[in-house]
Design a protein around this ligand. Structure first.
Ligand code: HEC
Length: 94
């Protein structure tokens, strides 16, 4: 994806995408990770301290790991991308 400065259309799509990512996160992830990415239910890692790349977060959300469930039956690839985007930005809000 490319971002160009001052392009209202791409900014618009971007904020729509993150709003949808936020919605999915609240439904599917906040139970363990908390609304702000700092909760650690059943051993969940703090998302605000995560060092994982976007691709790694997507892979983890798709296939799961130990106590972290797999979401490939529950979310589409597009939704996993959106929610991973959202999960990724917690470290920047710290
Ligand atoms: C049932 C509780 C639970 C739910 C729901 C859950 N997770 Fe997790 N998550 C975990 C646990 C537990 C770990 C730690 C896995 C491990 O390393 O053993 C984890 C780890 C992670 C990590 C890795 C952080 C790091 O740096 O190691 C990311 C990213 C993540 N989860 C994102 C998500 C996203 C995105 C969702 C929603 C689609 C989600 N999780 C839903 C429990 C959960």
């Amino acid at each position: 994806m490319t971002f160009s400065c001052g392009n209202a259309e791409s900014l618009d799509t971007l904020s729509k995408a993150s709003a949808e990512g936020e919605l999915i996160f609240k439904k599917q992830c906040a139970l363990c990770h908390g609304l702000n990415g700092n909760k650690q239910l059943s051993g969940a890692k703090k998302l605000i301290e995560s060092k994982l790349s976007m691709n790694e977060i997507e892979a983890l959300a798709t296939y799961g790991m130990r106590q972290m469930p797999s979401f490939k039956e529950r979310l589409t690839i597009e939704e996993i991308k959106l929610v991973s985007d959202y999960a990724y930005q917690f470290r920047e809000s710290k």
